[in-house]
Write a protein that binds this ligand. Structure first.
Ligand SMILES: *[C@@H]1O[C@H](CO)[C@@H](O)[C@H](O)[C@H]1NC(C)=O
Length: 314
């Protein structure tokens, strides 16, 4: 029985400690070669899985956000898609997206335009509005109180914003590029738990950091042993998720695998992939974004195959 914690921003599944997922994924978005039609993706990155199982995908090379409703065979462009540019109806290489339920809008990281933008989900929407300017963002997360967290890959920090406030407060990093516990080397994706602890994939440091609320240093909760293929290592960690038991899930991009790290362990286990890249259903090739639905099914952005795969919880 899966108990549901209903947050305003994401529904957390309770995943049993001994959980296993089907090794063959089912394509739920894209998978029709790389391209710009609405049934295609082009180097997809971050995803958000909504309560009704609509999947929202950052589709950077198409300069758009596209959503696929459950069982759809084609997607629907919901932001951008008007060429590369910095007009309000355009995006330039978006990397991440989430849904703000309160305003029924998408919040989008648009790094090449150095901004975070909001697009209403209303069908008449033709352009976005700028929420935060002058930030080369990468990952986004929202907590229960609707604070927005944004990673900054130039300043190597994570800031928390009250919606409508453009300055934000520093919550992780901010001490320049480096590998100390108070630093990052390109912080990418984010996850925030109910206690407002912030989890960060520290891409170039090959580690995942946890910053407790108000901490001055982070702790390494996975990796940090250099780039490599060992179970204690990553090769460029990307999307991440933390379940209600505190178990960490990480898309280990260049190792073509998804790792699971129970809390307090010094190495992870491979739950998907890990046998190289390729188009087969049991491969995750260059995985980037990662999320779960309320049933505990795992969604992985199979970046290299321009598709999103769903792996069912068994
Ligand atoms: C992955 O799937 C392919 C094709 O179905 C199969 O030949 C191969 O043995 C599978 N690999 C693993 C590691 O299960």
């Amino acid at each position: 029985m899966t108990r549901i914690c209903r947050f305003s921003f994401v529904v957390l599944p309770n995943i049993p400690a001994n959980a296993k997922w089907a090794q063959n994924g089912v394509t739920v978005a894209g998978g029709n070669e790389k391209g710009s039609s609405t049934n295609q993706l082009d180097n997809p990155l971050g995803i958000f899985v909504d309560e009704d199982l609509t999947i929202v995908i950052a589709d950077p090379s198409n300069n758009r956000i596209i959503q696929w409703k459950k069982d759809d065979t084609t997607g629907q462009i919901v932001a951008g898609g008007n060429g590369q540019g910095n007009q309000l109806d355009q995006l330039n290489d978006p990397t991440d997206v989430l849904v703000d339920k309160e305003t029924d809008s998408f919040i989008i990281c648009d790094p090449r335009n150095q901004r975070v933008v909001r697009w209403s989900r209303h069908s008449s929407t033709t352009q976005g509005e700028i929420l935060i300017d002058n930030i080369v963002c990468w990952g986004l997360a929202m907590d229960e109180q609707r604070y927005l967290y944004v990673s900054d890959v130039v300043n190597h920090e994570v800031r928390r914003y009250k919606l409508g406030d453009t300055n934000g407060i520093l919550v992780a990093g901010g001490n320049g590029l480096g590998a100390d516990l108070n630093q990052f080397n390109e912080p990418k994706y984010l996850f925030v738990d109910r206690q407002q602890n912030v989890y960060v994939s520290d891409w170039n440091n090959q580690r995942v950091m946890k910053w407790s609320k108000d901490a001055k240093d982070g702790i390494v909760i996975a990796g940090g042993q250099g780039q490599g293929t060992d179970l204690a290592q990553f090769s460029f960690p990307q999307g991440l998720f933390v379940d209600t038991l505190g178990t960490l899930y990480v898309a280990d991009q260049w190792n073509d695998r998804v790792m699971r790290w129970p809390q307090g362990t010094s190495q992870g286990t491979v739950i998907l992939g890990g046998s190289g890249f390729g188009p087969e259903a049991n491969k995750t090739s260059d995985p980037t974004g990662l999320s779960f639905d309320r049933q505990g099914n795992l969604y992985v952005v199979d970046h290299y195959n321009h598709r999103v795969q769903r792996f069912s919880l068994e």
